[in-house]
Design a protein around this ligand. Structure first.
Ligand code: FAD
Length: 419
């Protein structure tokens, strides 16, 4: 940390104590700023802790060009930030917090602890050593000429702020803190409305079918939307179908629903077998057996699988049945609501920001994390982008303060934690 008197250090408010805000705070603390992180919840990092419940997929070890492609239209914009704090840096940073990581299937990277609490504890201890103050139950309301206006249980207050970093999150799972109310702080033209991402899809099925099969998995299936195919497991819920193969298709489903009002996916119940293999297996069953028994015995299809094949065809011919197994139409009536989505699409538009994440018409106000207008599938890409943009916004705010002669030196060196 640069060595200069406390009173000469610029005051920076970071609003939002999720992974993006805490990363920005770490960079600003390392650069020698007096950092206060505020959060409206009674405790910090609630969504990060929730992500830890499923193992905390921190990033993805696939080659960088493949990883960048996961951000779709936002890839070129995010690329410099992700390259500056890439998956290897995320792993080194987690390990510097004594959280060794491992790479699981499909390149998913997890801490060995498979939860977020030890990482968050060590991170907060590091921030405390850097002099970063954390103030909970404090809602960011507005900014006004080097001041942040905040609401606390005691009433409305002002905090001195040479710079402000907003990391207020998206608008899914609002009970964890990110409620999207911050959109009112910006002109409507600067915000693309939030839509659910990584969310379930509501099948256009009779309610009775959903009720009958709620809790039933569809294992090792393939799902197609236009030219894109995804594989994995789905789960039938009380109102929607959930699962990673579906989440990856949400941008395409959303586009189709917006364009035409409907979208039909194609479900392949046995993606590892081709039509000929399936037809041959079915042909080997006894002709006197019922269709349902043949599908069960030859292909191991459960009751749900057999019901879906019955919807697709009434034909008993092995080849016709095989074709049906490989391409069951799955009509989608809509996407599950925003508050149950894992993440969001939409947020503060890129053209409202400089390339280093400062709001164009608000010098000294920086933004990072899920409140920015990007989306990505599950697989570690969400936390990767939140940490990379937090890293970028923290460094950029420190650089800006240095250019304004409010901070003796700019961005700290190194990308893997302390410098
Ligand atoms: C169930 C679940 C599982 C997930 N699993 C994974 C995973 O394994 N891998 C992965 O990459 N991603 C995962 N995610 C997504 C990931 O957790 C989020 O993308 C990430 O937490 C967003 O970080 P953020 O810092 O931008 O926002 P958040 O983590 O949402 O933090 C925003 C903070 O801002 C605070 N805030 C909001 N408004 C105000 C205000 N006005 N004043 C003060 N404070 C305010 C909130 O209280 C909150 O603490 C998961 C999400 C969910 C819901």
């Amino acid at each position: 940390m640069p060595d200069f008197p406390q009173e000469k250090r610029p005051a920076v408010i970071v609003a939002g104590a999720g992974p993006a805000g805490l990363m920005a705070a770490e960079r600003l603390g390392l650069a020698g700023c007096r950092v206060t992180v505020i959060d409206q919840m009674p405790s910090v990092g609630r969504k990060l802790l929730m992500a830890g419940r499923s193992g905390l997929n921190l990033t993805n070890a696939e080659p960088l060009p493949d990883l960048l492609a996961r951000y779709g239209e936002a890839a070129s914009w995010l690329a410099p930030m992700i390259e500056a704090f890439k998956p290897a840096d995320v792993i080194a940073w987690a390990e510097s917090l004594e959280q060794p990581c491992f790479t699981g299937s499909s390149g998913h990277v997890f801490p060995v602890a498979m939860k977020a609490s030890p990482l968050l504890r060590a991170w907060l201890a590091r921030l405390s050593e850097l002099g970063v103050r954390i103030q909970t139950r404090t809602c960011f309301k507005a900014w006004d000429n080097r001041r942040a206006i905040i609401d606390m249980p005691e009433g409305t207050r002002e905090l001195e702020a040479d710079a402000i970093v907003l990391a207020l999150g998206g608008a899914s799972w609002p009970r964890l803190g990110a409620d999207g109310h911050w959109t009112k702080l910006f002109p409507q033209t600067q915000v693309r409305s939030f839509r659910p991402a990584n969310c379930g899809a509501i099948p256009d099925w009779p309610q009775a079918r959903l009720a009958e099969f709620a809790g039933t998995p569809l294992k090792r299936i393939a799902l197609r939307c236009d030219a894109t195919e995804t594989r994995g497991d789905l789960m039938i819920g009380a109102q929607s179908i959930e699962g990673a193969p579906l989440y990856h298709l949400v941008p395409a489903i959303r586009k189709a629903l917006d364009r035409t009002g409907h979208c039909t996916l194609s479900l392949d119940l046995r993606p590892d077998l081709d039509v000929e293999d399936i037809a041959a297996r079915l042909a080997r069953t006894r002709p006197r057996e019922s269709r349902s028994n043949r599908l069960r015995k030859a292909l191991g299809l459960d009751r749900l699988g057999r019901a879906l094949v019955s919807d697709a065809t009434t034909d008993a011919d092995p080849r016709a049945l095989a074709l049906a197994v490989k391409q069951i139409p799955l009509p989608i009536a809509g996407l599950a609501p925003l508050d149950r989505a894992i993440s969001v699409a939409g947020g503060l538009r890129r053209d409202a920001l400089t390339p280093d994440l400062m709001v164009c018409d608000r010098p000294g106000l920086f933004v990072c994390g899920e409140m920015l207008d990007w989306e990505a599938p599950t697989g570690g890409y969400l936390l990767q982008a939140c940490l990379s943009t937090g890293f970028a916004a923290g460094n950029a705010a420190a650089d800006w303060l240095a250019r304004e002669n409010r901070l003796p030196s700019g961005k700290p060196d190194g990308t893997s934690g302390r410098s």
